[in-house]
Every structure is written in C-alpha cells, then in structure tokens.
Design a protein around this ligand. Sequence first.
Ligand code: TMP
Ligand code: ASP
Length: 249
Amino acid sequence: MARRRKLYEGKAKILYEGPKPGTLIQYFKDDATAFNAQKKGSISGKGVLNNLISERIFTGLETIGIPTHFIKRENMREQLIKKVEIIPLEVIVRNVVAGSMAKRLGIDEGMVLDRSIVELSYKNDDLGDPLVAPEHALSLGWVTEEELDQITGMALRVNDFMCGLFYGVGILLVDFKLEFGRYIDGDGEEVIILADEISPDTCRLWDLKTMEKLDKDRFRRDLGRVEEAYQEIARRLGVLPKGGLEVVK
Ligand code: TMP
Ligand code: ASP
C-alpha cells in the first residue's frame, strides 16, 4: 500500500493527508513533552486512550450543537477530521486556579473561581506560547471581533458540557485548552469549528473525592502512575478497551 503523505508532525500527533480533499487523518502518538519540549518522554498507550477520549468528548459536543473537526474514528490511533486553517491561539478555560495561573499570580492551586476564565495564549513554540490579551489577537489580525466572540462563546459552552460530563463520573474539571480553526462549510461559508483534541494531555482533571490528579500533570511533575491516570479517565468515560491496551498499543 502506498504510504500516506505526512503533512505535519507535532509533539503528540501526526497529520496525514486524508482520503478526500478537505480531510486529514489525525494520528495520536504515545510521545509526551512538557515545558515546551524541554522534558521528553513516552506514556505507553496514551495515543490510543487520547484518541478514544477525544472522540467521546467531540461527539458529545456535536450533539449539543458545537461544530468540530471530528468526522469519525478510523482505528485505535487515528481519526478522520476536517482540514481547517488553525487560528494561532490556545484558548484556555479555567474553573479552578492551577498551573501557570497559580504560579503567575502566587495563588495556591485549588482555589475555585467565582466565574470561569477564558485566557488566550499565542500559539508559538519559539516564544513558549505567551499569554496575550484579546486586544493583541484582534490588533495583530489573528482573529476578527466576530470570530473572537464566537470562540469565547463556544469555549464557555464546551466548559459547561465538560464540567457536567466529568462531574458525572466523579471528576473536577480544573482547566483545559482548546484550539479552533476556520473551515469552509457545505454552503461555501467560512465557519469557526473546534479542532485539535481534548484529552488528559490538554485538561486538568482531579478526582472529586481525593483531589488526586488524573492528567498530564502526573508526567509534568513526575508524580508516577501516569499510564494509570489516563486509563482511569478512559474507564470512567466508558471508553477503555475491554481486552485492555496490550493488543492495540
Ligand atoms: P497552564 O496552567 O500550564 O497554562 O495550562 C492550562 C491548561 O492548558 C492545562 O489544562 C494544560 C493545558 N495545556 C496544553 O494543553 N498545552 C500546553 O502546551 C500547556 C502549557 C497547557
Ligand atoms: N505540550 C507542551 C510542550 O511540551 C507542554 C505541556 O503540555 O505542558 O511543550
């Protein structure tokens, strides 16, 4: 079989040309990096689990009317997606203080916020994805005002959906990161849709009873039991493969 054309390789995923124009195949790797790739490692089975977890969340979001790039899962490591023009922003939603916000403002992790925060970072590895104000994104022409309104509104709807989804399985959604893209729909109109992935790589997820971290912070902070945390999230969402991961790793 002819090898597919690789279009882009990121830190956790590879994008291949899709079977039809306007589509891509998104392949999930086990590779893990942190602190802008200064720390490198591998989390066994992560690619499979993130593929399944992201599918579960994206299909759920579609049912409540959030347009996403997800078309269908192809196999244990790959999904068919719509090709978009990625907007160079990391859109972070926070419900509880943690991570870079805790550090930047000198606040202990765990403080529940009175209202959810939507933060923007400029997606640029060379600069370490710096935090920017909405005015930067507008004035530098990365998004229009209408697009930014849509992105913020969608991010908060995604937050509501995910808070409920995770609360239902005993998990506190602390924060997460989203990426959006521009897509030409069937009517030839340009629309903003949710892209990338949503997984324990891109969320902070704490057990509601024990406050144990069940996400990539276990890798970032060398907390151990990293694989187990990803499996636990997949298990609670009902997507952990029945026969275990050995066959599909
Ligand atoms: P932060 O507290 O380090 O800014 O991270 C906020 C959220 O964004 C957290 O859920 C982890 C996620 N995130 C990514 O998905 N990719 C990244 O490169 C970083 C730094 C954070
Ligand atoms: N993905 C990011 C990196 O390596 C960081 C992170 O998720 O913490 O650069």
